[in-house]
Design a protein around this ligand. Sequence first.
Ligand SMILES: [Zn+2]
Ligand SMILES: [Zn+2]
Length: 471
Amino acid sequence: MIETEKKRIFLYNTRTRSKEPFVSQGDCVSLYTCGPTVYNFAHIGNLRTFLFEDILKRTLLFNGLKVKHVMNITDVGHLVSDADTGDDKMETGAVREGKTVWDIAAFYTQAVMADFKKLNFIPADIYCKATDHIAEQINLIKTLEDKGYAYIIDDGVYFDTSKFSRYADFARLRIDELEAGARVEMVKGKRQVTDFALWKFSPKDKQRQMEWESPWGKGFPGWHIECSAMAMKHLGETPDIHCGGIDHIPVHHTNEIAQSEAATGKPFANFWLHGEFLVLEKEKMAKSGGNFIILKTLEERGIGPFVYRFFCLSAHYRAPLAFSWEAIQNAQQGYNSLVSKISELRNNPGLGFPTDVQPYEVEFQREINDDLNMPRAIAVLWKVLRSDALQNSQKLALAESFDRVFGLGLGQVSGTFVSDIPAELLQLLNERNQARKAKDWPLSDCLRDTILEKGYKIIDTATGAKLEKIT
Ligand SMILES: [Zn+2]
Ligand SMILES: [Zn+2]
């Protein structure tokens, strides 16, 4: 009983606004995460969201679950404005760089994949592009049209949100307030301010680079429909978990839910998880150059991807995280001391006395399973590393085990990183430890003398022997 209690995972479900015990429907968790729009580099705020999703996946895997992870690549239809007006971000990117939309998509897809790799994300099982799923999107729109949820205006095919009575529930929207605040730019012919495009017609005065034939006319899919079509295709009508940034709640995910559930009559996902923003401290940032910070901007300042990862783990994913150069430099120091601690342990694996590691394992799992509480899980790691009651090799084993969730590359830290004690002496100390273990006192004393001759004394502590330079 205690065993199963220990392993329960609790996740905060946006749909119910509460932490719930997570149960997957099958033996493999189906996970859909809204992916990048590939018209520019991903900024570090986008990357924070993807990182939280990687932590989620790693936590599920750590608990022994299997995961099928699908992430979409938005390469068409994401307009500059959420109100279905303005240009397609992809076409804007193409104009900006004087390339074709297809080239822009290919280039920035590759760039974001390189970022994912540097940040040590476990790759998704499927990365799917909107432009590869036009037929699926058209079919879904046809279903909605057949069921009476769609109407056609000059601008395209729209979803009639008044026909879906739960529309406002997910984001707890106040429709009257939205109507009061409706901008003049509202698409002409739209019945409700919340109605959204399923299919947009190509403009009559301008040739689009990406457009397709459809039963309603030449055009391109609205942004939201791609996620519904691809999630259902690859994960079924009700995936276990669907994730994104909190900015997805009021429009993108609200619309995904409306169109999917209107089409299938089933919940579109059982769990909805959302990551909070990375907040750029504007005053501080403005002084030091720009607000569009990408991974490369950090690297140019000597801040590696693992440091950014470590920085993100310092806040819970549902709390805003303030970014400033000062804050990231503090994280760099924190990460460096973590690495040197690991290195130090590797130099002296035999130091200390073995003890029961289970309480630490239980505590760690409890923290990660409590809605992915990384700040507290990191605190457990430090508790292990600084413990007086564990052998160094045990600390290392625990750190490496925990790192299956953190993904901080701790397994790659070598033992020679920051040692100021010569390897020869560590070797002698190890031999002396072995001699004591074997109760070979003459050999033990002899080794102690050798160490003394070389300028170091041995200090026996409750946790094992340490070397100290004689000054
Ligand atoms: Zn999406
Ligand atoms: Zn989504």
